[in-house]
Design a protein around this ligand. Structure first.
Ligand SMILES: C[S@@+](CC[C@H](N)C(=O)[O-])C[C@H]1O[C@@H](n2cnc3c(N)ncnc32)[C@H](O)[C@@H]1O
Length: 244
């Protein structure tokens, strides 16, 4: 079963909808994360950069951004907007760019695409390897609470001109799976059904905190993206950390 293959045509419009405008996310990343904690930041490595929606905005604010993603198709889409030499096709749990950055970003619960805890640990190791001393690591998670809520919720439907995308989440063997059904209108006027699965996982906040502290990072702040204060009901939580 494919992942983000056809779905990526609709991805940006679903993710950055009216309820979650890109401008708000950029303002949060720049003002509340970078300017608040490392205002001298010039270079950023955006891991799991996807189609570079975020990177494009950061570049317009004069940051020098390198993008890294495991999906060739995502990077092909990113390339249309941006410079190919700043894009790296790689797995964020295992890469070596032979340079360091002022900040590393892993945005929009992309870390949750790493299904095993050892992969999260490997990502923290890679971040340490690629950060300047005092460099900033910023990532956000969908909490277990949020994934369980989505799993218990009804399917979501999105209409795009002729096509309809249906998203539904199930929990299988302790992994959360987005079942993506795309009803795509063909040139004959029929609908083709294309199915993809996007798998995600999350871990308890305390486990993540403990790992970061024991490893290479000082946690500067944890922020509930919607409500500020992190609680047991937080859905999306940002970790803002500094390399020790
Ligand atoms: C939810 S999208 C987020 C894209 C982008 N960060 C944003 O804010 O729009 C998740 C991205 O993670 C990428 N990804 C998943 N596993 C990865 C891995 N092991 N290494 C690098 N990228 C990965 C996917 O290809 C996809 O582009």
């Amino acid at each position: 079963m494919k992942t983000y293959d056809v779905f990526l045509e609709y991805y940006d419009r679903i993710v950055r909808s009216i309820n979650n405008p890109l401008e708000d996310e950029i303002e949060f990343l720049v003002e509340d994360c970078i300017n608040e904690h490392k205002p001298e930041t010039k270079t950023i490595l955006e891991t799991a950069c996807g189609t570079w929606e975020v990177a494009r905005e950061l570049i317009s604010k004069k940051y020098k951004v390198t993008g890294l993603d495991i999906s060739e198709k995502m990077l092909e889409k990113a390339e249309k907007n941006l410079n190919k030499k700043d894009l790296v096709l790689a797995d964020m749990t295992n890469f070596n760019l032979d340079k360091t950055f002022d900040a590393i970003l892993c945005n929009y619960n992309s870390i949750c695409h790493l299904l095993k805890w050892e992969q999260w640990q490997a990502f923290f190791d890679m971040s340490n390897l690629h950060l300047e001393k005092d460099g900033l690591l910023v990532f956000d998670i969908n909490t277990l609470y949020e994934f369980d809520n989505i799993t218990n919720d009804f399917a979501q439907f999105y209409n795009f001109e002729d096509d309809t995308v249906c998203l539904e989440m199930q929990k299988k063997d302790w992994i959360y799976e987005w079942l993506v059904k795309i009803f795509k209108k063909s040139s004959e006027g029929n609908y083709d059904l294309i199915e993809e699965v996007v798998k995600e996982n999350s871990f308890p906040i305390n486990k993540i905190k403990k790992e970061l502290k024991e490893k290479w990072f000082k946690i500067l702040e944890m922020i509930d993206y919607h409500y500020g204060e992190v609680t047991a009901q937080s859905e999306r939580v940002y970790f803002i950390c500094k390399k020790k």
